[in-house]
Write a protein that binds this ligand. Structure first.
Ligand SMILES: [Zn+2]
Ligand SMILES: [Zn+2]
Length: 185
């Protein structure tokens, strides 16, 4: 017997109840596989609320986690907090009255419950987390970035380079620029 995947909710009971009935599930300490290189550094916390609708269920989840990322300026590893909201209708794939498979081809894009009336929310949450990943996260708003000379992170702990570290060819170029300053004036 295999353990149920995280964020999987058996809904046969709720589907037998009238529209408007709801279940509330706390989410705590949950980890799920994420697409690509994404990795959780803090497990998923929050709540999932599932409401019976005329046709199926409405899923509303408010979840928090943190993922591993790299500062876009200094490239050090950072934790990025992520908040995701999921609001999605899911329909049965088995007709409740007849027990026969529902023809899903007329609505191919809608989320479906499993053949056992389970909601598998994990993939939806994984997708929402990957969409919430910031494009250029920073370790801090004022991250000074990397030193162009030595490649170390600037700021406290980075020793200034003595002038004589400068490439003599760059020094020559600098002198040239200063001398050429009058050219247009
Ligand atoms: Zn940084
Ligand atoms: Zn440096």
């Amino acid at each position: 017997m295999t353990a149920a995947a995280p964020l999987t909710y058996p809904l046969a009971g709720l589907l037998g109840e009238p529209p408007g009935e709801r279940r509330r599930y706390p989410v705590s300490g949950v980890t799920i596989p994420l697409p690509g290189d994404l990795r959780l550094v803090e497990p998923i916390e929050g709540t999932v609320e599932i409401v019976r609708t005329n046709r199926g269920v409405l899923v509303e989840a408010g979840l928090h986690a943190a993922i591993e990322a790299e500062c876009a300026r200094c490239l050090r590893a950072i934790e990025v907090p992520i908040d995701v909201e999921v609001a999605e209708e899911a329909l049965p794939s088995i007709d409740l009255a007849s027990g026969t498979p529902v023809d899903a081809s007329s609505e191919p894009d809608v989320a479906r419950l499993t053949d056992h009336h389970e909601l598998e929310l994990g993939p939806l949450v994984a997708e929402a987390i990957s969409l919430a990943e910031p494009i250029a996260p920073l370790c801090e708003e004022a991250c000074p970035g990397l030193c162009p000379t030595c490649g170390e992170r600037l700021g406290p702990g980075h020793a200034a380079h003595p002038e004589d570290d400068i490439d003599p060819r760059l020094e020559a170029l600098r002198a040239f620029r200063v001398d050429g300053g009058d050219e247009n004036g």
